[in-house]
Design a binder for this molecule. Structure first.
Ligand SMILES: *[C@@H]1O[C@H](CO)[C@@H](O)[C@H](O)[C@H]1NC(C)=O
Ligand SMILES: *[C@@H]1O[C@H](CO)[C@@H](O)[C@H](O)[C@H]1NC(C)=O
Length: 346
């Protein structure tokens, strides 16, 4: 009897750990002590720290090498009452060696993606049907309409890029081993995704290489998602490395930057019924005018009373002795100062 209950407890404990955090059930490695990475980075597949943890090598020049790093903690685009969802900003430094492998991609994936990450190619995204990928692609894949072997593409739920940028036109080469820096920003208010790319050490470019409208709140809703950087070398001799990675969520409550005087104004800002909006605006203007006029009247009355107090009641109310006393006091003070000065000289 006792043995059975222990066994059952152990089983439920295992079940609890597994269900609560499927990622932990996989062999994974964390990167400890490198300040260029968020402390929550977890490594999967062939991803491993190199040169004494100074950077992460995602893929090695072996057959079908694949590596993934993710931030351990999932998040939701729909956070409680934040009606506009959360925004994010991320930046990372990477390099891709020569060869026509798949390159590297920043991905937003379902929480259980790492448990399926077997890395047979195509960033492990083949067969996945829900993902956002920003790919730094160094191979022409005719199946998915690739432009050339040097492009950045945005993939949504399919490897056929929705938006593509020819990187050659920026005088950059993804796979010459040079360290490049990438910034990806998503703003949940404007639903705008921006991708920037430059050589390592260059300033953040003003102009994004890709900027598009996408509603990640609508895409993911309240689902738990993970963010990661993934690389698969597609049987080439290509090797990819990541030297730093930062990821920040911005949770801006919509009420913080749009406090409407009349809640109906807020509802109507999408322009469904501009008439109602205009009418309530007129009513508000009149109300504001009345309040302003009342305030002005009160101010004029106050100033009038004040003047009367000074010019009319001054001679009758204030005692003459007071002024005299004040003069005496000033005289006393000057005397003290003179004495002090003489004291300094001695
Ligand atoms: C939104 O939720 C947070 C935490 O749940 C709460 O502190 C805040 O008051 C809420 N804001 C509004 C406008 O309901
Ligand atoms: C990419 O840009 C380069 C340089 O501007 C150009 O030579 C090449 O034809 C472009 N490739 C495509 C597919 O547009």
């Amino acid at each position: 009897m006792a043995a059975f209950s222990i066994h059952r407890d152990t089983l439920s404990l295992f079940l609890f750990i597994f269900l609560a955090n499927p990622t932990f059930s996989l062999p994974s490695q964390t990167l400890i002590g490198n300040p260029n990475f968020d402390p929550q980075v977890v490594l999967f597949g062939d991803a491993k720290p190199a040169n004494g943890d100074s950077h992460v090598v995602l893929t090695s020049p072996d057959d079908s090498s694949s590596g993934l790093i993710v931030l351990k903690d999932p998040f939701k685009f729909m956070e409680g009452n934040l009606t506009k969802g959360v925004s994010f900003s991320t930046e990372f430094l990477f390099s891709i060696s020569a060869g026509n492998g798949d390159g590297l991609a920043f991905v937003v994936v379902p929480y259980d993606f790492p448990s399926r990450f077997v890395g047979q190619g195509s960033f492990g995204l083949l067969g996945e049907n829900r993902f956002l990928g920003i790919e730094f692609d160094t191979k022409i894949d005719g199946n998915v309409g690739d432009l050339n072997a040097n492009h950045v593409g945005v993939d949504v739920d399919t490897l056929e890029s929705l938006w593509i940028k020819n990187i050659s036109s920026l005088n950059l080469v993804l796979n010459n081993g040079e360290t490049l820096k990438c910034w990806i920003d998503y703003d949940s208010s404007s639903k705008r995704l921006e991708v920037r790319l430059s050589r390592s050490g260059d300033k953040r470019p003003y102009k994004p290489i890709l900027a598009y409208h996408i509603d990640l709140l609508e895409m993911w809703g309240g689902e738990d998602v993970l963010v990661g950087i993934v690389s698969t070398n597609g049987d080439s001799l290509q090797s990819t490395s990541v030297y730093s990675w930062r990821f920040r969520l911005r949770k801006v409550s919509s009420w913080m930057h749009s406090l409407p005087a009349n809640p109906h104004d807020y509802v109507n800002t999408d322009g469904e019924d501009p008439g109602v909006h205009k009418r309530s605006f007129c009513a508000l203007t009149i109300l504001a005018g009345v309040i302003f006029a009342t305030g002005c009247g009160a101010l004029v009355a106050f100033v009038g009373l004040f003047m009367w107090a000074i010019f009319v009641s001054r001679h009758t109310v204030f005692p003459v002795e007071y002024q005299k006393g004040s003069t005496d006091f000033r005289y006393e003070k000057i005397k003290v100062t003179v004495e002090d000065t003489e004291g300094d000289k001695n």
